[in-house]
Design a binder for this molecule. Structure first.
Ligand SMILES: [Zn+2]
Length: 217
């Protein structure tokens, strides 16, 4: 670890590296990622720990995960940060997120390939902030894709990426990961519902009533 980091930062960063491995394995076990696709990161202060390029998420060890600063410069680790790092850094800059999860999960990608947003067909859509927008397509790893995702995720915990996949943010890796699972579930329900008939979309009034119900506890 970099000699400029104090002991406490070092311990926190090492804990995040272990967490990345844990959630990487869970993402692979749940079929949310295959091979070397998908990437995760978590922020601690001015540092970000990110999964490396070219290593399958279920085979990661903590030292495989580069530690970078908010400009993307490697502070610790020998592997190359994920190619999608510019998008992760843009999300940290634009939101209060402490973690980012990006996958090419099947149903999210199906919706992202055919729709401009995932409509609120289930009230749990509200847990992601509402209808999930699809960011317009741009080549992976580019600043253009990062900009499109920032615009799409505004006021949300999730965005879909046209012809590509999904990205979620959270206050920590657990929250971002659960948002990814929920988004994939919502997309699966929507896609399967389309096979049966025409899915009904919840109205604004119905969604407002859910928020009011939740506030009453
Ligand atoms: Zn991707």
């Amino acid at each position: 670890m970099d000699e400029h980091l104090d002991k406490q930062s070092t311990e926190q960063v090492e804990a995040l590296r272990r967490e990345l491995c844990e959630y990487g394995r869970r993402a692979a076990a749940l079929g949310l990622v295959i091979g070397t696709s998908g990437n995760l990161s978590a922020r601690e202060g001015d540092l970000v720990v990110v999964t490396p390029s070219g290593v399958a998420l279920d085979r990661l060890s903590p030292e495989d995960c580069p530690v970078i600063d908010l400009r993307g410069r490697v502070v610790a680790g020998t592997r190359k940060p994920s190619s999608e790092t510019p998008m992760h850094l843009a999300l940290y800059e634009a939101t209060g997120a402490r973690a980012v999860v990006h996958t090419h999960s099947v149903f999210a990608t199906v919706v992202a390939t055919t729709m401009t947003e995932l409509p609120p067909i289930h009230y749990n859509t509200l847990l992601l902030g509402g209808a999930v927008r699809v960011a317009p397509y741009a080549t992976y790893g580019t600043p253009e894709l990062a900009r499109n995702v920032i615009a799409a995720i505004e006021g949300r915990q999730a965005a879909l990426m046209a012809n590509h996949g999904a990205v979620t943010i959270g206050g920590g890796l657990e929250q971002a990961f659960e948002a990814t699972r929920l988004l994939e579930w919502l997309c699966e329900v929507y896609v399967r519902a389309l096979g049966v008939g025409r899915p009904t979309v919840l109205t604004e009034d119905q969604l407002t009533a859910v928020v009011e119900r939740a506030l009453r506890g």
